[in-house]
Design a protein around this ligand. Structure first.
Ligand code: NAD
Length: 698
């Protein structure tokens, strides 16, 4: 027995307590300690299995995925628990996911503290529950209910767990004492293995498959999960478990699962910044200010209020302020309608958001975020005002998407306190937060910003100042080629559908319609000088905008809209064809491969530039930006992971192919391979090799 597991006694009931902080993940050491403890146990009347700390077993150790398969070890341990000749009770609290729930299913009875949440989210990692979940859960909850739980991958609460039949009782008060009392009243084991599963019809299974193909496009795990769960009706538990093991191991070897696991770890890595360690002290953030109560300011205010941090929002005039606060209230009302918030919670959160027209009201804020119109002169004026009123040490942040933050920092006497906090729209929903450091930003400001992301429920990624930072800079090539292809005669539908079939959450032209074509036009106008003098540059946007098509805002853009429904519009296509004629761009058909290559390869190519320039700290940070902020499919791992999946020599080859094929000057203007990409291919190295060499050098 190790310190990981402690055996206690409450009269004739034994209590095994596991303590593997911080969240009691099940790893090899825990499995070994539990197996040992079970063997050493003189048979008690009953056994309670519980965990110390914030939660019962939160899940399996995902770090073990890359090593040899562990399913057999899980199976042996869980079967031993199930075979115990005395009743075994799981006493659960916290967040009980994946392997954490599967160990409980192998116990004979299950009780939980109020507020406990349960889930089998393995498909989000490209696998299926592999420690008995696909076989034991149907025995307790039924096949359809298990399919919903596994394919939905969303946690359920105690009430639903009781309804589903895998939770016996909610224990109010002391969980350990309640579980022991429950165990004492039991007379015999009740093994999940002995239960029969009712089969469901092929038609029901097919409806789940159809839904899975739509919701989890291009991913094998959900379909395999359906097969495994359906098999529980056919196979005795022991055979079902072996079948499950075989399937989960096949899934672990897929690129999709490797990509999903890569993103899972990448998201946990982004806060680690070379040179800014734990020793750098945080600046406390207990009050916030926002300047600009528009789309972004309002959304950011909601993030602070949801985090319990009081926030004051300033606008230029009463009308702007009231409009902004009304939108905030409407957003909360929408959440109430969807059952995500109560009236009481709304009132609490609204009480944390104050409106004001006076800068004095934010002078004591620890962080202030400027979110006014995208105008350099206006933003500089605001920064000068903030410099005059904010207390010393306040973090001065801007939400600009395109402006040079170093230029803004030059307007204040404390450039070390200036940082970019680039939220994405809608700010209260989108998980990505680009944190943009200038050459002067102080290390503790960077650390404070990265840490602030946690209560705001954002995934922060650090970038250095450059035009577009990480996300929008990479977007440039992707969007440019999509626009160029519709000038060359591809239809908007052909471009968008190809991208969506490949896995993008939304085709890029539909994204432009949603954001407003005018927004794009003004960005291209003010930044044309940053790109080669290409007369066709973003001309699709210009042509549509000049013809009065603003996107969803006025119901017509690349498409025509009825409500939110996109409808192909011959008028838009004619406008694009006319502009192509004026520009001398020949019309021709485009195959799916060309659409994908022309959109995705420039995107990856710019990623290599960004890495070499040090704009992003690491390749996986770029992947996080694109998967959490730009709808890049997680199961493809993000653009840099995808580049390695297709192979860097292939990425280079495709860049050179279009450089030649698209002719001059277009080819060399836009299709020049990044020097880092060329070098890695020449030297036969991977991005990981390059990052390792760099960290040895630094
Ligand atoms: P918006 O037009 O919705 O809101 C701007 C707000 O600023 C308005 O309420 C306006 O009244 C207020 N304002 C203008 N002048 C002011 C002043 N002098 N003092 C105080 N308030 C003033 O704009 P938005 O979409 O929220 O964008 C704000 C910023 O966020 C811009 O820098 C934009 O580039 C950036 N951004 C926008 C998005 C997006 O998708 N909308 C995404 C990321 C970043």
């Amino acid at each position: 027995m190790t310190q990981l597991v402690e055996l206690g006694r409450e009269g004739d009931v034994a209590v095994l307590t596991v303590s593997n902080p911080p969240v009691n993940t099940i790893n090899a050491a825990v499995r070994a300690a539990l197996a040992g403890a079970l063997k050493d146990l003189g048979p008690p009347k009953a056994l309670v299995l519980r965990c110390e700390g914030n939660t019962f077993f939160s899940g399996a150790d995902i770090g073990e995925f890359s090593g040899p398969p562990q399913e057999e070890a899980y199976r042996r341990l869980f079967n031993a628990i199930e075979a115990a000749p005395f009743p075994v009770v799981a006493a659960m609290h916290g967040t009980v996911m994946g392997g954490g729930l599967e160990i409980a299913l192998a116990c004979h009875y299950r009780v939980a503290a109020p507020g406990t949440r349960f889930g089998l989210p393995e498909v989000t990692l490209g696998i299926i529950p592999g420690a008995g979940g696909t076989q034991r859960m149907p025995r307790l909850a039924g096949i359809e209910q298990t399919l919903e739980l596994v394919l939905g991958a969303r946690p359920v609460d105690t009430a639903r767990a009781i309804e589903l039949g895998f939770l016996d009782q909610v224990v109010e008060g002391d969980l350990r004492a309640g579980a022991v009392a429950f165990a004492r009243g039991l007379s015999a084991p009740r093994r999940t293995a002995d239960r029969k599963v009712d089969a469901v019809s092929e038609a029901v299974l097919e409806s789940f498959r159809e839904k899975a193909r739509k919701q989890h496009r291009n991913q094998p795990a959900p379909l395999i999960a359906i097969e495994a769960i359906a098999a529980s009706a056919r196979l005795p538990l022991a055979e079902g478990l072996e079948h499950e093991t075989k399937l989960v191991n096949e899934l672990k070897a897929t690129t999709e699962s490797k990509a999903l696991v890569h993103v899972f770890f990448a998201e946990r890595e982004t806060r680690k910044i070379p040179g800014i360690g734990a020793k750098v002290k945080l600046r406390p953030v207990t009050r916030a200010g926002i300047v600009g109560a528009g789309t972004m300011g309002g959304g950011i205010a909601i993030c602070f209020a949801n985090a319990g941090i009081p926030v004051t929002v300033i606008d230029a005039n009463e009308a702007g302020l009231q409009k902004g606060l009304a939108v905030v209230a409407q957003t909360y009302d929408g959440m109430i309608k969807r059952g995500r918030l109560t009236e009481g919670e709304k009132a609490q959160r609204m009480a944390l958001i104050q409106g004001s027209l006076d800068y004095d009201s934010i002078k004591d804020a620890d962080v202030v975020i400027e979110a006014v119109f995208e105008s350099p002169a206006l933003k500089k004026e605001i920064f000068r005002k903030l410099d005059a009123v904010m207390k010393p040490g306040a973090v001065l942040a801007t939400n600009t998407s395109t402006l040079d933050i170093e230029d803004l920092a030059a307007a204040v006497k404390r450039p070390q306190d200036v940082i970019g906090l680039h939220f994405f729209s809608p700010a209260n929903v989108m998980p990505l937060l680009e944190v943009v450091r200038t050459k002067d930003t102080a290390p503790d400001v960077i650390r404070t910003a990265l840490d602030l992301a946690r209560p705001l429920r954002k995934t922060p990624v650090l970038a250095k100042v450059c035009y577009g930072f990480i996300g929008n800079r990479m977007m440039e090539g992707y969007a440019r080629e999509a626009e160029r292809m519709v000038l060359e005669g591809a239809t908007p539908r052909a471009v968008d559908s190809t991208l969506e079939r490949w896995g993008m959450a939304m085709g890029i032209l539909a994204v432009f319609d949603m954001a407003g074509i005018g927004v794009g036009v003004s960005v291209h106008q003010s930044n044309a000088d940053k790109y080669p003098p290409d007369p066709t540059y973003y001309q699709a946007d210009f042509a549509l905008y000049e013809a009065g098509r603003e996107g969803q805002k006025n119901g017509k853009g690349y498409y025509r809209y009825e409500g939110r429904e996109r409808i192909d519009d011959p008028e838009a296509i004619a406008i694009l064809a006319a502009r192509a004629r004026e520009l001398g761009v020949p019309q021709r058909p485009h195959g799916e491969t060309e659409v994908l290559e022309r959109c995705l390869y420039p995107l990856m190519n710019v990623g290599f530039r960004i890495l070499e320039e040090g704009v992003a700290v690491r390749a996986s940070d770029i992947d996080v930006v694109w998967t959490s902020g730009y709808g890049f499919p997680r199961y493809r791992g993000g653009p840099m992971f995808y580049a390695e999946t297709v192979g860097l020599p292939k990425v280079l080859e495709v860049m050179l192919k279009y450089k030649a094929a698209l002719g001059e000057p277009y080819g060399s203007m836009h299709w020049q391979p990044a020097p880092l990409l060329e070098r890695l291919v020449r030297e036969g190295k991977s991005l990981a090799d390059w990052e390792q060499e760099r960290s040895r050098r630094d």
